[in-house]
Design a protein around this ligand. Structure first.
Ligand code: NAD
Ligand code: UFG
Length: 338
């Protein structure tokens, strides 16, 4: 029998790329998404790419009755929990909405899993839980802290899941701390489709390249980095998706509560990314140097050797491929999924 995976937030950016890998590896996929930050078209594209179908429930995870009903109908084996609100700046403005959505949806999901005896959970955490790290590269045992409500919601969920595991050792929970996901599926048919003005670097640059925005604002050039601009560990979304499959396989070995960084271990500055994108697109990316963005840190990159050792996972796609794939998606879909 095929393993049936419930993917919450599956219509979103990372979820849709992960579902492709799941379907290609013969998992059966059920999606719950309220489409608050995504479009159903992404799942249609996933079906086109793979030639396989996805069972989709347009349901809010806050709706415990509907979630319970889905668990009754579907006989879920494992869950990958992507659903959540993720805009750092917005989380500072409307913290209650972030805490309510991200925390309560996780509680509702875990209650349904408990009731229906589902033991395996993969959770989307973030490198943001390391706050401003004292050193790089970052290993999983670094101290954790949060600098905004979004990050705090991730940190609190990690703690809740750890408490849950302590109360029931038969659970298997993989916390995946993503570094900076970028790129798109090779087909150019799915990719990141932010609402309004992009907060993140790669989609912003892509919109400058396609002339939807005039110029990139580079937030700060006085950091202690090789060119003064912020350094991050950009990871191709397809590598990230593969990491979820390796984590699911790991859960079948009953490891208990485990935590992994998913990053490449390489740091690139904002201007490095601009150069790589110019090379990939053949376009010039005009930019202005402006003040630092509040809450940003200088440098963040992973030591991802634990995932390599224990999951047999390693990112294989470099910055050029990330930019080429982002550009293909942007060029083929200037207005995203619309
Ligand atoms: P996304 O916004 O594209 O996907 C999240 C999906 O969850 C969306 O489709 C949204 O409609 C859905 N959703 C939100 N609240 C919901 C609810 N209450 N009920 C049902 N569906 C709901 O974001 P993404 O980039 O794919 O991120 C996926 C996960 O990874 C998120 O938890 C995010 O915090 C985490 N993460 C993302 C990044 C990043 O930079 N993209 C980095 C680290 C961690
Ligand atoms: N940047 C700019 N101009 C922009 C956007 C970003 O210069 O218009 C710079 C930032 O200052 C930073 C780098 O580009 O130095 C990356 O910024 P992003 O906003 O793309 O990503 P962050 O590292 O700030 O944060 C992202 C997600 C978080 C997540 C974190 C770690 O937005 O949710 O990665 O995974 F927690």
């Amino acid at each position: 029998m095929k393993e049936k995976v419930l993917v919450t937030g599956g219509a979103g950016y990372i979820g849709s790329h992960t579902i492709i890998q799941l379907l290609m590896s013969n998992y059966e996929v059920v999606v719950i998404d309220n489409l608050s930050n995504s479009k159903e078209a992404s799942l249609k594209r996933v079906e086109e790419i793979t030639g396989k179908s996805v069972k989709f429930y347009k349901v809010d995870l806050l709706d415990s009755e509907k979630v319970d009903e889905i668990f009754t109908i579907e006989k879920i084996d494992s869950v990958i929990h992507f659903a959540g609100l993720k805009a750092v700046g917005e989380s500072v403005e409307i913290p209650l909405k972030y805490y309510h959505n991200n925390l309560t949806s996780t509680l509702v999901l875990c209650e349904a899993m408990q009731k229906h005896n589902v033991k395996n959970l993969v959770f989307s955490s973030s490198a943001t839980v390391y706050g401003d790290p004292a050193a790089v590269p970052i290993t999983e045992d670094f101290p954790l802290s949060a600098t905004n409500p979004y990050g705090r919601s991730k940190l609190v969920i990690e703690e809740i899941l750890n408490d849950l595991y302590i109360s029931d050792n038969s659970l298997n929970i993989a916390i995946l701390r993503y570094f900076n996901p970028v790129g798109a599926h090779k087909s150019g048919m799915i990719g990141e489709d932010p609402n309004g003005i992009p907060n993140n670097l790669a989609p912003y640059i892509a919109q400058v390249a396609i002339c939807k925005r005039d110029a990139l604002k580079v937030f700060g050039n006085d950091y202690n980095t090789h060119d003064g601009t912020g350094v991050r560990d950009y990871i191709h979304v397809t590598d990230l998706a593969d990491g979820h499959l390796r984590a699911l396989e790991k859960l079948n070995e009953k490891p208990g509560y485990v935590v992994y960084n998913l990053g490449t271990g390489c740091g690139y500055s904002v201007l490095d990314v601009v150069k790589a994108f110019e090379k990939a697109s053949g376009k010039t990316i005009p930019y202005q140097l402006v003040d630092r963005r509040a809450g940003d840190i200088a440098t963040c990159y992973a030591n991802a050797s634990k995932a390599e050792k224990e999951l047999g996972w390693k990112a294989t796609r470099g910055i050029d491929e990330m930019c080429e794939d982002t550009w293909r998606w942007q060029k083929m879909n200037p207005n995203g999924f619309e």
